[in-house]
Design a protein around this ligand. Sequence first.
Ligand SMILES: Cc1cc2nc3c(=O)[nH]c(=O)nc-3n(C[C@H](O)[C@H](O)[C@H](O)COP(=O)(O)O)c2cc1C
Length: 201
Amino acid sequence: MSKALVAYFSAEGNTAAVAKRLAEAAGADLFEIRPVEPYTEDDINWRKPLSRCNKEFFGKKDVPIAETVEGFEGYGLVFIGFPIWYYAAPNIINTFVKGYDWTGKRIALFATSGGSDITKSPDKLRPFLNGKGEIVAAKLFSAGADEAELKAWADPLIMPWKAQGQPHKPLEADITDKAIEYNDKFNRMRTMDRDFPEEQK
Ligand SMILES: Cc1cc2nc3c(=O)[nH]c(=O)nc-3n(C[C@H](O)[C@H](O)[C@H](O)COP(=O)(O)O)c2cc1C
């Protein structure tokens, strides 16, 4: 089984909390997508027309990232987490995606938000993948999502053969099950026979 990576960006801590719990729950490596220039409170004030976040969003700007993922080729499944900004992933996620070759990789998006859903994010992010990789899931979580909830979401992504309902027990077990079922029926019939008084047969 190939390795899984949880890569996330978080400006205010909500997505970071979910990402850390998800990495624990999924047994995945963790990578923080950090801007070269950290966001200040003023930078992310979208109510100010000329704030950094507005300039980046409306100007479709790239956001330089401080570090790169080591050994990216080794990951088969990459979870990408972010806060919803302007109804989709922030520009820094587009920059992150553009920086790697996604050939053969599965991608699962997760996010936190102030109420918007994540449904617009896959289509908005896809052009930056250059036709490579496949977005296989996208889910919004509350900042307080616990490990059990995250594990329930991540497990079928990590072990897709289970989700696809392929046989996960050996053939012998199936045969044994059938034999037990048959014997059960047979025993029930025999019990009925025994319990029935002779004269009423
Ligand atoms: C610039 C900016 C834009 C945002 N746009 C949206 C939005 O369109 N819809 C929404 O529900 N929340 C929006 N939010 C709220 C964040 O998605 C929410 O607070 C999120 O949990 C923050 O995650 P973080 O703590 O990981 O940064 C926005 C926040 C910022 C700073």
